[in-house]
Design a protein around this ligand. Structure first.
Ligand SMILES: C[S@@+](CC[C@H](N)C(=O)[O-])C[C@H]1O[C@@H](n2cnc3c(N)ncnc32)[C@H](O)[C@@H]1O
Length: 355
């Protein structure tokens, strides 16, 4: 991919970061998610909550069962290996289930592992008027542009855009005049960003949420991801605005190895909340820890402990170890500095509760 990108950028000029990210992650032949093995998982490039424990899907099913109406479908966007969807639908009564995935290898694995799930191309292919829609660690992989705050008295309303250019055959981040849509988004959602700070501009992530709400009459979306408000994200270092993961490690250089690493940005929860509220939905933001506790994760931990003790008394060492490791996995999902700090945004619109 590198020689092709160098050629395109040398001929056409700097490439906006969202276009670069789109090619690196989703190019049909060489994109990180399109080509090769399915990426999440202990043997993959990074571990996500559903890959840590099936109890994650079971707890998400409790939320789905609380919010959904009778004939609603269940949809997972960016379903990866199906590690969330499998345990989730096993804990739900009758529901038609869809997985929407951009990754070819993930689509194949889902078809093999979950034959009752329909693999669809887009939310508009979901044949239901109401649906619960889950996006776990997906919005961070939706291509984003990059900006830097400049002095507001300067041109372009105080924004410059950061794109990918070429210098002596090597890819480099370069400043370019910002596109109008980027200035509009940044001015609306990145208020109070300090001069000199860098931030991601998540236009496509917002459009994905809009497309889900608009495709359905009744909808309950659960977005789970790392991220924070504009103020929280502004407090992080510029080096953290774009992160990479490969072979369970972060910090792989995406400019020297495009297409060979995950490229990800923290989700701007302020922007997603504002977009969802404009669509007339009810929105709540909380940490993953608080969300899972509200769904009974604590009681689940006590039950696992009780069952572990009972199995130990019976001399069932294997059973005891199984329950103990399930408890360890669940605690990892609640861990305050780890998965527990992820943000959950629930976005709900039900016709029967509308004024
Ligand atoms: C970090 S992985 C997470 C996979 C899974 N949700 C999990 O938690 O293990 C992100 C996945 O989202 C998929 N993805 C990103 N944008 C998407 C979109 N707009 N529609 C469908 N899938 C998407 C990618 O192909 C990738 O498989």
């Amino acid at each position: 991919m590198l020689p092709l990108l160098v050629e395109i950028i040398s001929t056409s000029g700097p490439m906006p970061f969202d276009e670069f990210m789109e090619r690196c992650l989703y190019d049909a032949d060489d994109g990180f998610f399109s080509a090769g093995a399915v990426r999440p998982g202990a043997k993959g490039d990074f571990v996500t909550a559903p890959e840590v424990s099936p109890l994650f899907g079971e707890l998400i099913a409790r939320w789905a069962n609380r919010v959904r109406g009778g004939a609603w479908a269940t949809v997972e966007i960016g379903a990866g290996s199906g590690a969330l969807l499998g345990p989730m639908i096993a804990s739900m009564s009758e529901t038609t289930t869809f997985a929407i995935e951009r990754s070819r290898s993930a689509r194949r694995i889902i078809r093999e592992a979950l034959p009752t799930v329909t693999v669809a191309d887009s939310i508009v292919d979901v044949d239901a008027s109401g649906a619960v829609v889950i996006l776990n660690e997906v919005l961070d992989n939706v291509p984003a542009a990059l900006v830097q705050r400049t002095d507001q008295s300067q041109k372009n309303e105080g924004w410059s855009e950061i794109a990918v250019g070429v210098d002596d055959g090597v890819l480099k981040l370069v400043d370019v005049p910002p596109r109008n849509a980027v200035v509009e988004w940044a001015s609306r959602y990145l208020t109070d960003l300090p001069v000199g700070a860098m931030a991601s501009v998540q236009i496509a992530a917002g459009k994905l949420i809009e497309s889900i709400v608009e495709a359905l009459d009744d909808v309950a979306i659960c977005v789970i991801d790392y991220g924070g408000s504009t103020a929280e994200l502004a407090g992080r270092s510029d080096a953290d605005v774009v992160r990479t993961y490969r072979h369970q490690r972060s910090g792989f250089d995406y400019l020297t190895h495009p297409g060979q690493t995950d490229i990800t940005v923290d989700v701007n929860t302020d922007a997603i909340v504002a977009i969802a509220e404009r669509l007339g939905t009810q929105v709540e933001v909380m940490t993953q820890r608080d969300f899972l506790l509200s769904l009974g994760a604590d009681e689940m931990l006590s039950e696992l402990r009780t069952s572990e003790i009972a199995l130990a008394r019976r001399g069932d060492v294997m059973g005891q170890l199984r329950e103990r490791s399930r408890g360890v996995e669940l605690r990892a999902l609640l861990d305050p500095p780890g998965f527990g700090s992820f943000k959950v945004i629930t976005i709900v619109r039900k016709r029967d509760t509308m004024p």
